[in-house]
Structure formats: structure tokens, C-alpha cells
Design a protein around this ligand. Structure first.
Ligand code: COA
Length: 445
């Protein structure tokens, strides 16, 4: 069977940053540790005045095409996943193609283009579309460009304001990929939920606390569904487990649930029983309330064991490093988690070829998906070629007043003028409005 998966990745962060503990927390009257320890965030990324989901997506794709020496003829699909679209008809992928055609000979007239929407899980769904297209043999030797791009802004004063972010992840999906091969097996947990939605409005209506519970419930269903086809999972099976990361504190909650599930019935559970007691089973309790209380106590104790802490430090913590510095990239966030994990492996010199990742995606509304990935032989060259640190370091550090101006600039109802804080250099920029209210873009040398 032909291996299909991600051949290359590039990212583009919004060029501004907001220091959450240093700049945001004091204005909100919050303890900085709510951000660094509770939510697990240091900084958020924001788009400069000339950036938006199209420029970030096109710039990530351009960087990827340049590095891999690709031309438009190598690309048979452009799929954009976003929950920040500004048009209910014309997809962002057409704007991205228009940008790329400014800098390449040839065009994308042969390429199927679309836009995927299902909150943050749409990036993974676009990967699926690309995978299925190649597996079906419809790709004529071409690869698919999958772009997850978002400006994750919340209304000023909303609790979600602490978890904002902006950036794009571009992925090239091919046969015999250099980075990771995707598994055929998948698991889903999907239900009609109203945890987070944008009914024809830019900023989300969010029930934050409920969204955390829905994430956990759907993720658990997805894991059980995945295991029904792939067999029981074990913590030692996966080198890293990248999750959708709206903020790292969310992943902390998902990880302990996942670990409890995976150790059930294994020697690890037996060994831990001497330390923290048996894992409570519902049949051992007359009342569900008592069972839930026993489970909570067990989970608290479990998260304090050396076994859990070591597993978390190796398989989960490294997936959070980029998210901590950029905030929530919605559709791109789980793909940043994979990238963070592989960067960690490259830094440690781990031989990852043939090793497995378990990838957990989530979108509010709500759906979780779990699949496995096998790391390809050329993974380390690919990871080392991606410029992450310098992009993060180059961001302009906003004061609180500047942050307020940036938020207004990107508020569709305000669209205020704003002098850019940075100077574009070899990138696509937003360049005003056309006669049909379309957004226009130029490439700045
Ligand atoms: N030191 C250490 N931790 C602290 C702290 C301090 N001084 N102050 C607060 N915390 C912890 C809290 O205990 C909490 O952690 P816990 O949930 O593990 O208990 C965390 O920091 C967040 O604090 P909380 O008071 O719950 O924050 P909040 O009411 O402002 O809202 C969200 C948090 C996540 C609900 C909010 O940011 C939100 O709505 N986000 C958008 C929706 C989202 O991303 N949902 C996720 C699923 S997609």
C-alpha cells in the first residue's frame, strides 16, 4: 500500500505579539501565573495592519513551495481550513492561489480549491481530503497544499481574550512523504453541541467551561472509536501525542484522561494500584455521584505519580512549546503541536524514523478525531529546515494600548486605520479593497 502523508510543513506567525503575563495580566488585574501556569501561555501572536488569513496562509505556502522547489504544476489541490473566513461564497484558497500566481510562472487553473469549516478540526479534515484524493488515485502524480489559517480573536472582555492567536500552517501532502505517514485507521467522537459558535458574527459566542467538558467527552469517544479499529492503545506505543491546543492547560486535562484510559488493564495500572489504589469501576458503586468522586480522587493521585509525570514530560509537554508562545491558531493548532513534538525530537537527537505519534484533533460544535502517524525516514532534515525560532523572535512586542488598536484594526465592524508596526519584506500583504468589495493583495519584494 502506498504511504500517504505530510511531506513538508511551514508556518507563518502573525508579526505582532502580546506578552500575556507581562502586559495583559496587569491591565486585567490578574495574577500573571493564571496565564503562565493555569492556561500555560506566555505570548499571543497577532496580525500586523497588513496581515490577514490570506497573507499568512499564502506566505506560509510560498515559503514551503520555495524550500521544496515546487511549482504550481506540482500542486493539484489547494484546501484551506479556517474559522475566520470573511466571505460566505468565495473561498480563501482562491485568494491564496491568486497571491501565489503573482510570484510563480504558471497558474493553478488545474487545481481543485475549497474551504473546510468545522471549527478547529477543519485543518485535520482537509488533510483527510488530501489523503483520500491521493489514495483514490485521482491526483495524477500531484500533491495537495493544505493550509490552516486563522485569526483567533475574541470580543474584548470575553474570557477567551486570554487565549487569542494568529497564524497559518501550510502542509504539502503527497505519496511517500518525507515527514509523517497518516494511518488509515481513525476514530471519531462527534455530537451536536453549542460550546463555541459564530452565527454570522466575527467573534465567537463561547461557553468556555462547557467547551472544556465537550472537548474531553468527544476526545474520549474518538479514542474508543479509534481503538475499536486499531486495537487497544498503550502509553509506550507513541513517542508523542500531539493534541489540539486551544491553550496548553486544556491539553493537561486531556492527557491525564487519556493516560487513565490507556493504562486500564495493563501492568502499569497494577503497579500503580499499590501506590494510589485500584482504578474505580462504575460497577463498584451504587450511586454515580460516588463513582465520579472516586474517579476525581484517583485522577488527582494519578497525575502526581512518577509514572504519569515521566510519561507527560516525554510524550505531551514537548508538544506545547510553540503554542505557549503564539496562543490559539484554531485550525493550525494541532499541526503546531506535531511540529513542536518533532522539533523536540530533533533537538534531543532522538531517532524518530518509524516511530509513532497519536494525533488528537478537536473542533467545537463538536467533533474529535484520533489517528496515528508514522514518522518518515527524512523527518529530521525536514524539521531542521523549518524556521520557527527566528519568526517568533522577530515579532513586535505590543504595549496594551497598541494591542487595543490592533484588535480594532482586525474587528470587521471597526476596520480602523493603523500604521503598521513592522515592515513587510518578501511577502504578500493586504492592499485594500476592490470594486466588488473583494480584498486585494500584493507581493512586496
Ligand atoms: N496561578 C495558577 N493557576 C491559576 C491562577 C494562578 N494565579 N489563576 C487561575 N489559574 C488556573 C485556574 O485554576 C484554571 O485552571 P484549571 O481549569 O486547571 O483549574 C486556569 O488557570 C484558567 O483559569 P480560569 O479562572 O478558569 O479562567 P477563565 O475563567 O478566565 O477562563 C477559559 C478560561 C479557558 C474558559 C477561557 O479562556 C475561554 O473561554 N477560552 C476560550 C474557549 C476555549 O479555548 N475552550 C477550550 C476547548 S476548545
Amino acid at each position: 500500500m502506498t504511504a500517504v502523508g505530510i511531506d513538508a510543513v511551514e508556518i507563518w506567525t502573525g508579526k505582532l505579539k502580546l506578552d500575556l503575563p507581562g502586559t495583559f495580566a496587569p491591565e486585567k488585574g490578574d495574577d500573571p501565573e493564571k496565564y503562565t501556569k493555569g492556561l500555560g501561555l506566555n505570548n499571543s501572536s497577532f496580525p500586523d495592519a497588513y496581515e490577514d488569513i490570506v497573507t499568512m496562509g499564502a506566505n506560509a505556502a510560498h515559503r514551503l513551495m520555495e524550500r521544496k522547489g515546487l511549482s504550481p504544476d506540482d500542486i493539484g489541490r489547494i484546501d484551506v481550513a479556517t474559522e475566520s473566513a470573511f466571505d460566505n461564497s468565495k473561498p480563501v484558497s482562491t485568494y491564496v492561489a491568486g497571491c501565489l500566481e503573482q510570484v510563480y510562472d504558471g497558474d493553478f487553473h488545474h487545481a481543485n480549491k475549497g474551504e473546510r469549516k468545522f471549527a478547529c478540526i477543519a485543518g485535520t479534515q482537509s488533510l483527510d481530503d488530501a489523503y483520500n484524493w491521493i489514495k483514490a488515485g485521482r491526483n495524477r502524480g500531484r500533491g495537495a497544499l493544505v493550509i490552516a489559517t486563522d485569526t483567533a480573536l475574541y470580543a474584548r472582555g470575553d474570557a477567551g481574550e486570554a487565549t487569542q492567536g494568529a497564524g497559518a500552517v501550510a502542509m504539502y501532502v503527497t505519496e511517500d512523504p518525507d515527514l509523517v505517514e497518516l494511518s488509515t485507521h481513525q476514530g471519531y467522537g462527534s455530537a451536536d453541541e453549542t460550546d463555541f459558535l459564530k452565527p454570522n458574527q466575527q467573534f465567537p459566542s463561547v461557553d468556555g467551561k462547557r467547551s472544556i467538558q465537550v472537548y474531553l467527552a468527544r476526545m474520549r469517544e474518538a479514542l474508543e472509536d479509534f481503538e475499536s479499529v486499531a486495537g487497544a492503545s498503550h502509553p509506550d506505543q507513541y513517542e508523542y501525542i500531539p493534541f489540539h491546543t486551544p491553550f496548553p492547560g486544556m491539553v493537561r486535562k486531556a492527557a491525564v484522561l487519556g493516560y487513565r484510559h490507556m493504562i486500564r488493564g495493563t501492568p502499569i495500572e497494577e503497579e500503580l494500584a499499590a501506590e494510589i489504589g485500584e482504578l474505580p469501576r462504575p460497577e463498584g458503586f451504587a450511586e454515580d455521584e460516588d463513582y465520579q468522586e472516586a474517579i476525581r480522587e484517583y485522577m488527582d493521585a494519578l497525575s502526581d505519580t512518577d509514572a504519569y509525570r515521566e510519561w507527560y514530560a516525554e510524550a505531551i509537554e514537548p508538544t506545547l512549546s510553540v503554542s505557549r508562545e503564539v496562543g490559539n491558531w484554531y485550525t493550525g493548532s494541532v499541526h503546531l503541536a506535531r511540529l513542536s513534538a518533532l522539533r523536540d525530537a530533533a533537538e534531543k537527537g532522538t531517532d524518530m524514523a518509524g516511530k509513532k505519534l497519536l494525533v488528537g484533533s478537536y473542533g467545537s460544535g463538536a467533533q474529535a478525531e484520533i489517528h496515528a502517524e508514522t514518522v518518515a525516514d527524512e523527518w529530521d532534515e525536514e524539521i531542521e529546515a523549518i524556521d520557527v525560532e527566528s519568526q517568533l523572535d522577530r515579532r513586535y512586542d505590543l504595549s496594551f494600548e497598541e494591542y487595543e488598536e490592533v484588535h480594532d484594526r482586525h474587528n470587521h465592524e471597526k476596520q480602523t486605520e493603523l500604521e503598521p508596526f513592522t515592515t513587510p519584506d518578501g511577502e504578500f500583504v493586504f492592499d485594500g479593497w476592490g470594486r466588488m468589495n473583494e480584498r486585494k493583495y500584493t507581493y512586496v519584494e
